[in-house]
Design a protein around this ligand. Sequence first.
Ligand code: HEC
Ligand SMILES: [Cu+2]
Length: 341
Amino acid sequence: MKRRLHLGVRARLAGVTLLTMLALSACAQHAQSALHPAGPVSQAELGLMGFGFWIMLGVFVVVVAVLGYSLVRFRERRGDQGLPPQVEGNHRLEIAWTLIPIVLLALLIVPTFRATFALAQQQRGPGVVQVTVVGHQWWWEFDYPQLGIVTADEMHIPAGERVQLTLRSADVLHSFWVPALAGKEDTVPGQSNTMYLEAARPGLYPGQCAEFCGVSHSEMRFDVIAQTPSAFAAWVQARQHPDSTPATAQAVQGEKVFAQYGCGSCHTIDGTQFQGKVGPNLSGLGTRLTLAGASLQNTPKDLRLWVSDAHKIMPSTVMPNFSTMSSSDLHALSAYLEGLK
Ligand code: HEC
Ligand SMILES: [Cu+2]
Protein backbone atom coordinates (compact mmCIF):
# COMPACT_ATOMS: atom_id res chain seq x y z
CA MET A 1 0.00 0.00 0.00
CA LYS A 2 2.68 2.45 1.00
CA ARG A 3 4.51 1.84 -2.23
CA ARG A 4 1.46 2.71 -4.29
CA LEU A 5 1.09 5.98 -2.42
CA HIS A 6 4.69 6.82 -3.15
CA LEU A 7 4.08 6.21 -6.83
CA GLY A 8 1.13 8.55 -6.70
CA VAL A 9 3.16 11.29 -5.03
CA ARG A 10 5.88 10.85 -7.61
CA ALA A 11 3.42 11.05 -10.48
CA ARG A 12 1.93 14.24 -9.07
CA LEU A 13 5.38 15.78 -8.58
CA ALA A 14 6.27 14.88 -12.15
CA GLY A 15 3.05 16.47 -13.36
CA VAL A 16 3.70 19.69 -11.47
CA THR A 17 7.31 19.82 -12.75
CA LEU A 18 6.17 19.27 -16.32
CA LEU A 19 3.54 21.99 -16.12
CA THR A 20 6.04 24.44 -14.56
CA MET A 21 8.53 23.70 -17.33
CA LEU A 22 5.87 24.23 -19.97
CA ALA A 23 4.80 27.52 -18.39
CA LEU A 24 8.39 28.73 -18.20
CA SER A 25 9.27 27.74 -21.75
CA ALA A 26 6.16 29.55 -22.98
CA CYS A 27 7.43 32.80 -21.40
CA ALA A 28 10.95 32.74 -22.82
CA GLN A 29 11.22 34.77 -26.03
CA HIS A 30 14.60 33.60 -27.29
CA ALA A 31 15.44 34.44 -30.84
CA GLN A 32 16.91 30.94 -31.09
CA SER A 33 13.68 29.08 -30.61
CA ALA A 34 12.26 26.21 -32.59
CA LEU A 35 8.90 27.18 -31.07
CA HIS A 36 8.81 30.36 -33.15
CA PRO A 37 9.28 29.03 -36.68
CA ALA A 38 10.10 31.58 -39.37
CA GLY A 39 9.93 29.40 -42.45
CA PRO A 40 8.10 26.43 -43.97
CA VAL A 41 10.70 23.81 -42.92
CA SER A 42 10.68 24.72 -39.23
CA GLN A 43 6.91 25.18 -39.46
CA ALA A 44 6.50 21.60 -40.70
CA GLU A 45 8.83 20.31 -37.99
CA LEU A 46 6.99 22.20 -35.26
CA GLY A 47 3.73 20.82 -36.63
CA LEU A 48 5.07 17.28 -36.16
CA MET A 49 6.29 18.05 -32.65
CA GLY A 50 2.91 19.56 -31.79
CA PHE A 51 0.98 16.56 -33.14
CA GLY A 52 3.13 14.14 -31.10
CA PHE A 53 2.90 16.38 -28.06
CA TRP A 54 -0.92 16.49 -27.99
CA ILE A 55 -1.19 12.72 -28.43
CA MET A 56 1.27 12.18 -25.59
CA LEU A 57 -0.48 14.75 -23.43
CA GLY A 58 -3.74 12.83 -24.02
CA VAL A 59 -2.06 9.57 -22.93
CA PHE A 60 -0.57 11.31 -19.90
CA VAL A 61 -3.94 12.73 -18.79
CA VAL A 62 -5.69 9.36 -19.13
CA VAL A 63 -2.92 7.52 -17.23
CA VAL A 64 -2.86 10.08 -14.42
CA ALA A 65 -6.66 10.06 -14.20
CA VAL A 66 -6.80 6.25 -13.92
CA LEU A 67 -3.93 6.31 -11.43
CA GLY A 68 -5.64 9.00 -9.32
CA TYR A 69 -8.94 7.16 -9.39
CA SER A 70 -7.28 3.90 -8.33
CA LEU A 71 -5.40 5.58 -5.51
CA VAL A 72 -8.59 6.95 -4.01
CA ARG A 73 -10.94 4.10 -4.82
CA PHE A 74 -8.70 1.24 -3.71
CA ARG A 75 -6.84 2.85 -0.81
CA GLU A 76 -6.53 1.01 2.49
CA ARG A 77 -9.49 1.70 4.72
CA ARG A 78 -9.88 1.45 8.47
CA GLY A 79 -10.77 -2.09 9.42
CA ASP A 80 -9.32 -3.66 6.27
CA GLN A 81 -7.57 -6.88 7.04
CA GLY A 82 -5.04 -8.83 5.02
CA LEU A 83 -4.50 -8.51 1.30
CA PRO A 84 -7.32 -7.31 -0.96
CA PRO A 85 -8.59 -9.77 -3.59
CA GLN A 86 -5.73 -10.51 -6.02
CA VAL A 87 -6.76 -10.14 -9.69
CA GLU A 88 -4.62 -11.66 -12.39
CA GLY A 89 -5.02 -11.22 -16.11
CA ASN A 90 -7.84 -9.51 -17.94
CA HIS A 91 -8.07 -10.26 -21.64
CA ARG A 92 -10.07 -7.20 -22.54
CA LEU A 93 -7.65 -4.87 -20.77
CA GLU A 94 -4.61 -6.60 -22.25
CA ILE A 95 -5.98 -6.28 -25.76
CA ALA A 96 -6.94 -2.64 -25.19
CA TRP A 97 -3.52 -1.55 -23.98
CA THR A 98 -1.83 -3.39 -26.80
CA LEU A 99 -4.07 -1.94 -29.49
CA ILE A 100 -4.16 1.67 -28.28
CA PRO A 101 -0.35 2.21 -28.59
CA ILE A 102 -0.37 0.54 -32.01
CA VAL A 103 -3.09 2.91 -33.20
CA LEU A 104 -1.30 5.94 -31.73
CA LEU A 105 2.03 4.97 -33.33
CA ALA A 106 0.28 4.40 -36.65
CA LEU A 107 -1.20 7.89 -36.37
CA LEU A 108 2.24 9.35 -35.65
CA ILE A 109 4.06 7.47 -38.38
CA VAL A 110 2.06 8.83 -41.32
CA PRO A 111 2.84 12.56 -40.97
CA THR A 112 6.37 11.76 -39.75
CA PHE A 113 7.20 9.77 -42.89
CA ARG A 114 5.54 12.31 -45.12
CA ALA A 115 7.48 15.23 -43.61
CA THR A 116 10.78 13.31 -43.46
CA PHE A 117 10.71 12.49 -47.16
CA ALA A 118 9.42 15.91 -48.20
CA LEU A 119 12.11 17.73 -46.22
CA ALA A 120 14.86 15.46 -47.56
CA GLN A 121 14.07 16.48 -51.16
CA GLN A 122 17.08 18.07 -52.84
CA GLN A 123 16.24 21.50 -54.20
CA ARG A 124 17.69 21.86 -57.69
CA GLY A 125 17.16 24.22 -60.57
CA PRO A 126 18.65 27.43 -61.90
CA GLY A 127 16.90 29.68 -59.38
CA VAL A 128 17.90 27.73 -56.26
CA VAL A 129 20.80 29.21 -54.31
CA GLN A 130 23.26 26.48 -53.30
CA VAL A 131 25.47 26.97 -50.27
CA THR A 132 28.23 24.66 -49.09
CA VAL A 133 28.45 24.99 -45.32
CA VAL A 134 31.76 23.90 -43.79
CA GLY A 135 32.10 23.55 -40.02
CA HIS A 136 35.56 24.39 -38.67
CA GLN A 137 36.79 24.49 -35.10
CA TRP A 138 35.30 27.11 -34.31
CA TRP A 139 33.76 28.99 -37.18
CA TRP A 140 31.44 28.46 -40.11
CA GLU A 141 32.42 28.87 -43.73
CA PHE A 142 29.76 29.58 -46.36
CA ASP A 143 30.68 28.89 -50.00
CA TYR A 144 28.35 29.78 -52.85
CA PRO A 145 29.81 27.64 -55.67
CA GLN A 146 27.48 29.00 -58.38
CA LEU A 147 28.25 32.58 -57.39
CA GLY A 148 31.96 32.32 -56.62
CA ILE A 149 31.54 33.74 -53.10
CA VAL A 150 33.18 32.54 -49.88
CA THR A 151 32.35 34.09 -46.55
CA ALA A 152 32.24 33.27 -42.83
CA ASP A 153 30.09 33.87 -39.76
CA GLU A 154 27.04 35.03 -41.71
CA MET A 155 25.05 33.29 -44.40
CA HIS A 156 23.03 35.57 -46.65
CA ILE A 157 19.97 34.08 -48.31
CA PRO A 158 17.06 35.41 -50.33
CA ALA A 159 13.83 35.41 -48.28
CA GLY A 160 10.88 33.44 -49.60
CA GLU A 161 13.07 31.02 -51.55
CA ARG A 162 14.36 27.54 -50.82
CA VAL A 163 18.11 27.40 -50.27
CA GLN A 164 19.89 24.07 -50.73
CA LEU A 165 22.74 23.37 -48.31
CA THR A 166 25.56 20.85 -48.60
CA LEU A 167 27.18 20.34 -45.20
CA ARG A 168 30.77 19.30 -44.62
CA SER A 169 33.32 19.40 -41.84
CA ALA A 170 36.95 20.44 -42.00
CA ASP A 171 37.88 18.62 -38.78
CA VAL A 172 35.45 17.06 -36.27
CA LEU A 173 31.71 16.56 -35.93
CA HIS A 174 29.69 19.76 -35.81
CA SER A 175 25.98 20.36 -36.15
CA PHE A 176 24.44 23.19 -38.13
CA TRP A 177 21.39 24.62 -36.40
CA VAL A 178 19.25 27.67 -37.08
CA PRO A 179 16.31 26.92 -34.75
CA ALA A 180 13.89 29.40 -36.34
CA LEU A 181 14.48 28.03 -39.85
CA ALA A 182 15.16 24.28 -39.67
CA GLY A 183 16.20 21.35 -37.51
CA LYS A 184 19.81 20.32 -36.92
CA GLU A 185 22.02 18.66 -39.48
CA ASP A 186 25.44 17.24 -38.62
CA THR A 187 28.60 18.11 -40.51
CA VAL A 188 30.60 14.90 -40.67
CA PRO A 189 34.29 14.61 -41.61
CA GLY A 190 34.68 12.90 -44.99
CA GLN A 191 30.99 13.02 -45.77
CA SER A 192 28.47 15.44 -47.31
CA ASN A 193 25.02 15.87 -45.81
CA THR A 194 22.26 17.89 -47.37
CA MET A 195 19.26 19.88 -46.23
CA TYR A 196 17.26 22.85 -47.38
CA LEU A 197 15.80 25.78 -45.54
CA GLU A 198 13.75 28.83 -46.27
CA ALA A 199 13.08 32.06 -44.40
CA ALA A 200 9.56 33.29 -45.06
CA ARG A 201 10.47 36.92 -44.34
CA PRO A 202 13.65 39.01 -44.37
CA GLY A 203 15.35 39.06 -40.98
CA LEU A 204 18.30 37.95 -38.89
CA TYR A 205 18.13 34.38 -37.64
CA PRO A 206 20.84 33.35 -35.18
CA GLY A 207 22.29 29.87 -35.32
CA GLN A 208 25.01 27.88 -33.63
CA CYS A 209 26.90 24.63 -33.58
CA ALA A 210 24.76 22.07 -31.79
CA GLU A 211 27.29 19.25 -31.39
CA PHE A 212 30.07 19.50 -28.81
CA CYS A 213 33.22 19.96 -30.88
CA GLY A 214 35.93 21.10 -28.46
CA VAL A 215 36.71 23.76 -25.87
CA SER A 216 35.33 26.70 -27.85
CA HIS A 217 32.18 24.93 -29.04
CA SER A 218 29.98 27.52 -27.33
CA GLU A 219 31.67 30.29 -29.36
CA MET A 220 30.73 28.68 -32.65
CA ARG A 221 27.75 30.80 -33.59
CA PHE A 222 26.64 32.44 -36.83
CA ASP A 223 23.79 34.46 -38.28
CA VAL A 224 21.54 33.74 -41.22
CA ILE A 225 20.61 37.02 -42.87
CA ALA A 226 17.54 36.67 -45.06
CA GLN A 227 17.10 39.56 -47.48
CA THR A 228 14.59 40.60 -50.08
CA PRO A 229 15.65 39.09 -53.43
CA SER A 230 16.85 42.50 -54.66
CA ALA A 231 18.89 43.20 -51.50
CA PHE A 232 20.35 39.69 -51.79
CA ALA A 233 21.28 40.34 -55.43
CA ALA A 234 23.00 43.56 -54.33
CA TRP A 235 24.94 41.66 -51.67
CA VAL A 236 26.03 39.07 -54.26
CA GLN A 237 27.17 41.91 -56.56
CA ALA A 238 29.18 43.49 -53.75
CA ARG A 239 30.81 40.20 -52.80
CA GLN A 240 31.64 39.39 -56.41
CA HIS A 241 33.32 42.79 -56.82
CA PRO A 242 35.05 43.27 -53.47
CA ASP A 243 36.64 46.60 -52.69
CA SER A 244 39.90 45.59 -51.03
CA THR A 245 41.92 48.72 -51.80
CA PRO A 246 42.90 50.62 -48.65
CA ALA A 247 41.33 54.10 -48.74
CA THR A 248 43.33 55.96 -46.06
CA ALA A 249 47.01 56.27 -45.18
CA GLN A 250 46.36 54.33 -41.98
CA ALA A 251 44.66 51.53 -43.95
CA VAL A 252 47.61 51.40 -46.37
CA GLN A 253 49.83 50.94 -43.32
CA GLY A 254 47.40 48.26 -42.08
CA GLU A 255 47.75 46.27 -45.29
CA LYS A 256 51.54 46.28 -44.76
CA VAL A 257 51.12 45.07 -41.17
CA PHE A 258 48.80 42.33 -42.45
CA ALA A 259 51.51 41.16 -44.86
CA GLN A 260 54.34 41.59 -42.34
CA TYR A 261 52.69 39.42 -39.65
CA GLY A 262 51.85 36.67 -42.12
CA CYS A 263 48.09 37.00 -41.65
CA GLY A 264 47.74 36.23 -45.36
CA SER A 265 49.18 32.74 -44.88
CA CYS A 266 45.94 31.79 -43.14
CA HIS A 267 43.42 34.34 -44.48
CA THR A 268 42.19 35.16 -47.98
CA ILE A 269 41.24 38.68 -48.98
CA ASP A 270 39.72 38.55 -52.47
CA GLY A 271 41.46 40.78 -54.98
CA THR A 272 44.81 40.77 -53.10
CA GLN A 273 47.85 38.52 -52.89
CA PHE A 274 46.53 37.16 -49.55
CA GLN A 275 45.16 33.71 -50.33
CA GLY A 276 45.51 31.65 -47.12
CA LYS A 277 42.90 28.95 -46.56
CA VAL A 278 43.35 28.03 -42.89
CA GLY A 279 41.12 30.72 -41.38
CA PRO A 280 37.99 32.60 -42.49
CA ASN A 281 37.94 34.57 -45.74
CA LEU A 282 38.13 38.20 -44.60
CA SER A 283 36.86 39.83 -47.82
CA GLY A 284 34.27 42.50 -47.11
CA LEU A 285 34.95 42.20 -43.38
CA GLY A 286 33.84 45.82 -42.86
CA THR A 287 30.29 44.87 -43.89
CA ARG A 288 29.98 42.01 -41.39
CA LEU A 289 27.93 42.28 -38.20
CA THR A 290 30.03 40.00 -36.01
CA LEU A 291 33.50 38.47 -35.71
CA ALA A 292 34.92 35.13 -34.68
CA GLY A 293 31.92 32.85 -34.51
CA ALA A 294 29.70 35.79 -33.57
CA SER A 295 31.45 35.96 -30.20
CA LEU A 296 32.37 39.63 -30.85
CA GLN A 297 30.56 42.51 -32.46
CA ASN A 298 32.33 43.78 -35.53
CA THR A 299 33.78 47.03 -34.13
CA PRO A 300 37.38 48.28 -34.59
CA LYS A 301 37.89 47.92 -30.83
CA ASP A 302 36.73 44.29 -30.69
CA LEU A 303 38.73 43.53 -33.82
CA ARG A 304 41.91 44.78 -32.10
CA LEU A 305 41.02 42.78 -29.00
CA TRP A 306 40.65 39.67 -31.18
CA VAL A 307 43.98 40.13 -32.98
CA SER A 308 45.93 40.84 -29.79
CA ASP A 309 44.26 38.22 -27.59
CA ALA A 310 42.20 35.74 -29.63
CA HIS A 311 42.80 32.95 -27.12
CA LYS A 312 41.10 34.92 -24.36
CA ILE A 313 37.90 34.92 -26.43
CA MET A 314 38.34 31.49 -27.97
CA PRO A 315 40.66 29.14 -26.06
CA SER A 316 42.68 26.79 -28.31
CA THR A 317 41.80 28.60 -31.55
CA VAL A 318 44.25 28.14 -34.42
CA MET A 319 44.44 31.93 -34.71
CA PRO A 320 47.63 32.99 -32.85
CA ASN A 321 47.71 35.77 -30.23
CA PHE A 322 49.56 38.81 -31.56
CA SER A 323 50.03 40.16 -28.05
CA THR A 324 53.29 42.00 -28.78
CA MET A 325 51.87 44.00 -31.69
CA SER A 326 52.15 47.76 -31.11
CA SER A 327 49.03 49.80 -30.61
CA SER A 328 49.64 51.78 -33.79
CA ASP A 329 50.01 48.57 -35.82
CA LEU A 330 46.79 47.26 -34.28
CA HIS A 331 44.96 50.48 -35.13
CA ALA A 332 46.33 50.38 -38.69
CA LEU A 333 45.17 46.75 -39.03
CA SER A 334 41.67 47.51 -37.82
CA ALA A 335 41.48 50.52 -40.18
CA TYR A 336 42.50 48.27 -43.08
CA LEU A 337 40.20 45.34 -42.25
CA GLU A 338 37.16 47.47 -41.37
CA GLY A 339 37.66 49.27 -44.70
CA LEU A 340 37.21 46.04 -46.69
CA LYS A 341 33.89 46.33 -48.48
C1 HEC B 1 47.78 30.22 -38.20
C2 HEC B 1 46.71 30.77 -38.97
C3 HEC B 1 46.27 32.19 -38.70
C4 HEC B 1 47.03 33.33 -38.71
C5 HEC B 1 48.53 33.45 -38.94
C6 HEC B 1 46.13 34.42 -38.50
N1 HEC B 1 44.85 33.95 -38.33
FE1 HEC B 1 43.20 35.10 -38.07
N2 HEC B 1 42.10 33.42 -37.83
C7 HEC B 1 42.57 32.14 -37.95
C8 HEC B 1 41.50 31.23 -37.65
C9 HEC B 1 41.58 29.72 -37.68
C10 HEC B 1 40.38 32.02 -37.34
C11 HEC B 1 39.01 31.52 -36.90
C12 HEC B 1 38.99 31.55 -35.41
C13 HEC B 1 37.95 30.70 -34.79
O1 HEC B 1 36.78 31.00 -34.97
O2 HEC B 1 38.34 29.72 -34.14
C14 HEC B 1 40.79 33.40 -37.47
C15 HEC B 1 39.93 34.48 -37.29
C16 HEC B 1 40.28 35.78 -37.59
C17 HEC B 1 39.35 36.88 -37.63
C18 HEC B 1 37.85 36.79 -37.43
C19 HEC B 1 37.27 36.41 -38.77
C20 HEC B 1 35.80 36.20 -38.83
O3 HEC B 1 35.35 35.63 -39.82
O4 HEC B 1 35.09 36.56 -37.91
C21 HEC B 1 40.08 37.99 -37.95
C22 HEC B 1 39.55 39.40 -38.13
C23 HEC B 1 41.45 37.58 -38.08
N3 HEC B 1 41.54 36.22 -37.86
C24 HEC B 1 42.47 38.43 -38.37
C25 HEC B 1 43.83 38.04 -38.43
C26 HEC B 1 44.92 38.96 -38.53
C27 HEC B 1 44.79 40.46 -38.62
C28 HEC B 1 46.06 38.20 -38.54
C29 HEC B 1 47.50 38.68 -38.57
C30 HEC B 1 47.86 39.65 -37.55
C31 HEC B 1 45.65 36.81 -38.45
N4 HEC B 1 44.29 36.75 -38.38
C32 HEC B 1 46.51 35.74 -38.47
C33 HEC B 1 43.83 31.75 -38.32
C34 HEC B 1 44.91 32.61 -38.45
CU1 LIG C 1 31.17 22.85 -33.70
